[in-house]
Design a protein around this ligand. Structure first.
Ligand code: ADP
Ligand code: MG
Length: 317
C-alpha cells in the first residue's frame, strides 16, 4: 500500500517538555522506531506538524533585537521543515540503511480570499495562564484563545489547495524513496497577479495537507498519528469513550474542537469520502497496530476494516 503518515507536532514535542533539540531528536527517534517497520511492506510518505516548534521560533524571532521585524510565518514554517525534516531524514536513514530517504521543503497553495485570514484559530507556541496571554496579546498584537485549561497564540490557518511540488513527490515515491515532505502543512503561499508564488503570514493545518497529498498521490491509506490512542466521543466529559471503527458520516455527526481534533476528523473523512480508502487517527507508537486494524480510530466507507488489514481481536471471538 501507499501510506501517507502525518506525525503530530505535539507528539514530537509534548506539551510540558522543553523544546531542546535533544528532547525533540529523542522523540523523533522513537517515532521513527514505530514507523520504520512499515517501510518493509509499504510506500511511505511522512509529513509532520510544527505547531509547538513554529511557536518557539516565532518567540525567538520576536525577541531578536537585531531584526527590525520578526520573521514571517512562511519563513518560520520553512525553518521548521528544515529542522524537523533533518531529524526525520537522519533517523530514517539510520533505521532504513537500504532505502533512499529524502526530506523536501514544500510550499502549499492557499487562497488569498480564504476566510481564515479574518478569523485566526490555529494554536501555535507554548501555553500561558490567561493574564499572561492577554498581556502578550496587547503588547505584540497577537490573537490569543483558550486551549483546554490554558491560553495560546493563534494565527490564520487557510485551507490547503495544492502542494506545489506534488509531481516531484510522486516521482520520488515511484523511484522507491521514502519521502518526508509538506512538514507543518507546507509553507503557505499564494499566486500573485503575475502567477508567481509568494509566501503569506499563516500556518497550514498539516492534517488537511496530509489528506490533500494522500488524494493527489493516490494513497491507499492516511494515518494521522498524535498523542492520544483514539478519537473519543463526548471528549472531556464523564461519558467519554473511544471510537473504534467508524464511517465519515458517523464522525461528521459529532463536534470536535477546531484547533486540535477537528481538522484531523475533517481530514480523515475527506480522504475516505473522496477515495474510498482507509484513514485512521491514533497514537504514534501504535502505527503498525493501527494499519493492522487492531487499535486507533479507523475510518472506512462502511465502518469495517479493509480486506487487507487484519480483523480486530474482539471480532475474532
Ligand atoms: P497534533 O500535534 O498531533 O496535531 P493536536 O493537539 O492538534 O495534536 O490534536 C490532538 C489533541 O486533540 C489531543 O491531545 C487531545 O487533547 C485533543 N482532542 C480534542 N478533542 C478530542 C477528542 N474528541 N478525542 C481525542 N482527543 C481530542
Ligand atoms: Mg494539530
Amino acid at each position: 500500500m501507499r501510506v501517507v503518515i502525518a506525525l503530530g507536532g505535539n507528539a514530537l514535542l509534548r506539551r510540558q517538555e522543553r523544546p531542546d533539540a535533544s528532547v525533540q531528536l529523542a522523540n523523533v527517534r522513537a517515532a521513527v522506531a514505530a514507523l520504520a517497520p512499515l517501510a518493509d511492506r509499504h510506500e511511505l510518505v511522512i509529513t509532520h506538524g510544527n505547531g509547538p516548534q513554529v511557536g518557539v521560533l516565532a518567540l525567538e524571532s520576536a525577541a531578536d533585537r537585531s531584526l527590525s521585524s520578526p520573521y514571517p510565518f512562511d519563513v518560520l514554517g520553512a525553518e521548521t521543515q528544515g529542522m524537523i525534516g533533518y531529524w526525520l531524514l537522519q533517523s530514517l536513514q539510520n533505521a532504513l540503511p537500504e532505502r533512499q530517504v529524502c526530506a523536501l521543503l514544500n510550499q502549499t497553495l492557499v487562497s488569498a480570499a480564504d476566510p481564515a485570514f479574518a478569523e485566526p484559530e490555529k494554536f501555535v507556541g507554548p501555553v500561558y495562564e490567561r493574564a499572561e496571554a492577554e498581556r502578550l496579546a496587547a503588547e505584540r498584537g497577537w490573537t490569543v484563545k483558550q486551549d483546554g485549561s490554558h491560553w495560546r497564540r493563534v494565527v490564520a490557518s487557510p485551507r490547503p489547495q495544492r502542494v506545489v511540488e506534488t509531481r516531484l513527490i510522486r516521482l520520488l515515491l515511484d523511484s522507491g524513496a521514502v519521502a518526508v515532505c509538506a512538514g507543518g502543512g507546507g509553507v503557505p503561499v499564494i499566486r500573485d497577479d503575475q502567477g508567481r508564488l509568494v509566501g503569506v503570514e499563516a500556518v497550514v493545518d498539516k492534517d488537511l495537507t496530509a489528506a490533500l497529498l494522500a488524494e493527489a498521490l493516490d494513497a491507499d491509506a492516511l494515518l494521522l498519528l498524535t498523542d492520544v490512542p483514539h478519537v473519543e466521543r463526548e471528549y472531556g466529559t464523564p461519558y467519554a469513550a473511544p471510537i473504534g471503527h467508524t464511517t465519515p458520516a458517523q464522525l461528521r455527526a459529532q463536534h470536535f474542537p477546531a484547533g486540535s481534533m477537528g481538522p484531523k476528523v475533517d481530514a480523515v473523512c475527506r480522504f475516505v469520502e473522496l477515495t474510498g480508502g482507509m484513514a485512521a487517527i491514533g497514537a504514534l507508537e501504535d502505527a503498525q497496530a493501527i494499519l493492522d486494524g487492531a487499535t486507533g480510530t479507523l475510518v472506512t466507507p462502511n465502518g469495517r476494516p479493509r480486506a487487507d488489514s487484519a480483523p480486530r481481536t474482539q471480532e475474532l471471538t
